[in-house]
Design a binder for this molecule. Structure first.
Ligand SMILES: Nc1ncnc2c1ncn2[C@@H]1O[C@H](COP(=O)(O)OP(=O)(O)OP(=O)(O)O)[C@@H](O)[C@H]1O
Ligand SMILES: [Mg+2]
Length: 304
């Protein structure tokens, strides 16, 4: 089976509000699939439908060949899932948490010890087996939660913002583990707000207000999405200049990135007149994933 996740016009409504809107996508076995979008765009809702926790309103989907609407029990027993508010038992130790999840997944007693040791190794928790989960710092907690989600050796792992609220070092460690799992054949669908993590995914889907607005490799997104010429400009007091710059007819967009302005011009031939007009030296740049997502979100808003 090449595609371990497929969805076709998958939709979830809460009352009259559409949280996930006709989502159609495919995820290949062994890839790290980044699921991105602003707060409230429907990422967690989509993942919960894929995990068999939430019933779709319409449309369909499969995970490991199982129908998400009709075979949710099979799916739940075959996948690993770490929710945004992942659940560890604070009053159990590291070891006991893993033992508890072994029980939940009915891991045979004969392999439990070995499996728990493997997860402790993977999550870099050696020597902390007897510490209470409550006392662990953020990065350790997150890796323990990952160990719990992986204790049954699932072929696919759904991670909902696993790296929010932890240090950059812990984030990097966490993502390395994810990439190693994918190299071993585990498929990983992961939501994140961090562009450096998106960069490391094999494929990215970007959703806004419940709809898919881009789905491609990071390279293809960078090379093909933005039409026009993106330039960067260091400008004192950049914030106050945005409105003025946006009034220039061949300027399509102007966004602020720290102390820099990113300006989207109609074409490269506008660069010289632009620099003359504002008496500056803007330079052409290759768009980053962040530029792409800001651009896509704005296009979507304009389209209504
Ligand atoms: N059970 C529910 N009942 C009503 N509305 C809901 C429910 N669950 C989610 N929503 C709404 O659906 C929308 C999508 O929410 P969701 O949690 O899927 O977004 P998200 O992309 O995961 O956001 P975040 O990045 O903040 O985690 C939001 O507007 C949210 O308020
Ligand atoms: Mg969410």
């Amino acid at each position: 089976m090449e595609h371990v996740v497929t969805t076709d016009n998958l939709t979830k409504m809460f009352g009259s509000f559409t949280a996930v809107d006709k989502l159609t996508l495919k995820i290949k076995q062994g890839e790290v699939f980044g699921f991105l979008g602003p707060n409230g765009s429907g990422k967690s809702t989509a993942i919960r439908m894929l995990c068999g926790i939430l019933e779709p309103t319409s449309g369909s989907g499969t995970v490991l060949g199982y129908d998400i609407a009709k075979q949710s029990e099979e799916i739940k027993s075959k996948i690993g899932y770490m929710s945004q508010k992942y659940s560890l038992y604070d009053d159990l130790t590291v070891y006991e948490n893993l033992e508890f999840y072994s029980g939940m997944y009915s891991i045979p007693y004969s392999v439990r010890k070995k499996r728990i040791a493997e997860m402790i190794g993977m999550s870099l928790l050696e020597g902390r087996e007897n510490e209470l989960a409550a006392g662990l710092s953020g990065g350790f907690k997150q890796r323990l939660a990952l160990g719990c989600a992986l204790i049954s050796h699932p072929q696919i792992l759904f991670l909902d913002e696993p790296t929010s609220g932890i240090s950059p070092t812990s984030r990097r460690m966490f993502f390395k583990i994810i990439q190693r799992l994918a190299n071993e054949g585990v498929t990983v669908m992961v939501t994140t707000h961090f562009m450096d993590e998106a960069e490391r995914c094999n494929n990215i889907a970007f959703i806004s207000e419940g709809s898919l607005i881009a789905n491609d490799t990071p390279d293809n997104l960078r090379n093909s999405v933005i039409k026009g010429c993106l330039v960067e400009l260091e400008y004192p007091d950049a914030m106050s200049k945005i409105q003025e710059i946006e009034k220039i007819p061949y300027v399509r967009e102007c966004t602020i990135h720290g102390s820099l302005l990113h300006i989207l011009l109609d074409s490269e031939s506008s660069l010289e007149p632009f620099n003359k007009l504002i008496n500056a030296e803007a330079k052409k740049i290759k768009p980053s994933l962040e530029d792409i997502f800001i651009y896509l979100s704005r296009m979507k808003k304009k389209a209504g």
